[in-house]
Design a binder for this molecule. Structure first.
Ligand code: ZN
Length: 343
């Protein structure tokens, strides 16, 4: 049996000696490499060596897999596996948006579009990655991951926790609680002079007097009205037969005074395959869903600023390497990529 080794600063050490916190010389080496990306130790479970991160817990240095590389290790390696925690909380980090969250003022100096923000939240929550080892991911899990990934994050200087409402679950017995929670949250945002940012799966949409009326999946209420030019879709455009694909939307919403419905100033969407692995267009979701049946690991790159559709549909792991899958559908422009940036 091959003895497992770790390379630190060019020298190989037995894995067990590296793991032993009482090994003072190894601890000193790890301390010297800690926090220096170019000095990462390598796991030698595969010939090329796979970078590891060094974590300091108290005064002891530990090795851990890199969040992105868990599935690159050999299956017999102790570092093999999906990293389950969401991206670490972004303490105080501020994203400068290219649209205003303010109900009255419209000036803003950022670059990130509404579509880019949705992409960014999905990526930060690592929901753009999927592996066969994932249990099917529920919407409840998605909501928890997004909240975890946005802890400490600011949007145009305002704490994301004061702006963002993610539909908490698809549990039909909870819809009246979710309705109350949603309305109260948006009203409190509006009372501070701001829109709320809502993220929810869209179930149906229909044309009503110059506007689209959307309904979230499972939740009939509140309906959301948005100008038809911002959202020229009807249900049959959103969803084909069967459960997938269907889109998840992010919207800038307010509750008109005394009303039981929402008005959205803007909207952007991502289409979903099972387990909420996203894709930029409905057409791609079909081929991505097929790829999920034969792939071990998929990562979907998403534009996190402009929200533009990228040429690559996904990176798919085959024979230990990530290989790009390119789009085969004609190029598509989405209605929200043009108006989302208001300069
Ligand atoms: Zn390994």
């Amino acid at each position: 049996m091959q003895v497992k080794t770790i390379t630190i600063l060019g020298y190989q050490y037995a894995y067990d000696s590296v793991r032993n916190p009482d090994n003072a010389s190894v601890q000193a080496l790890l301390a010297g490499c800690h926090g220096q990306a170019h000095l990462r130790p390598l796991c030698n479970c595969k010939e090329a060596g796979i970078p590891l991160q060094i974590r300091r817990i108290g005064n002891i240095y530990h090795l851990a897999r890199m969040p992105e590389d868990g599935l690159s290790h050999a299956e017999t390696c102790g570092f093999y596996g999906e990293t389950e925690h969401a991206a670490h909380a972004a303490s105080g980090e501020n994203l400068r948006l290219g649209f205003s969250l303010n109900l009255t003022a419209s000036e803003t100096d950022g670059e990130i579009t509404l579509s880019g923000l949705l992409n960014q939240l999905w990526t930060r929550a690592r929901l753009n990655q999927w592996s066969q080892h994932n249990k099917p991911r529920s919407w409840k899990y998605v909501a928890e991951q997004i909240y975890a990934a946005t802890r400490g994050l600011k949007l145009n200087g305002v704490s994301a926790s004061r702006l963002l409402w993610v539909m908490p679950s698809m549990d039909e017995s909870q819809v009246s609680n979710m309705y109350e929670g949603c309305m109260n949250f948006i009203k409190s945002c509006n009372a501070s002079g701001r829109y709320a940012l809502l993220i929810a799966p869209v179930g149906a949409s229909e044309y009503q007097d110059g506007a689209s009326c959307l309904r979230f999946r499972v939740m009939e209420r509140p309906p959301v009205y948005i100008e038809y030019r911002h959202f020229p879709f009807k249900t049959y455009n959103l969803k084909e037969h069967g459960e997938y694909p269907y889109p998840v939307a992010i919207m800038l919403a307010r509750v008109p005074d005394g009303k039981q419905y929402l008005r959205a100033a803007d909207i952007a969407m991502l289409w979903m395959t099972p387990s909420y692995l996203p894709c930029a267009t409905k057409e791609r979701s079909v081929s991505l869903k097929q790829a999920m049946q034969t792939s071990e690991f998929i990562s979907v790159p998403l534009s996190q600023d402009s929200g533009q559709i990228l040429d690559i549909t996904a990176n798919i792991r085959k024979n230990g390497r990530l290989e790009p899958m390119f789009l085969t559908e004609p190029s598509i422009s989405l209605p929200w990529s043009t108006h989302a940036r208001k300069s």
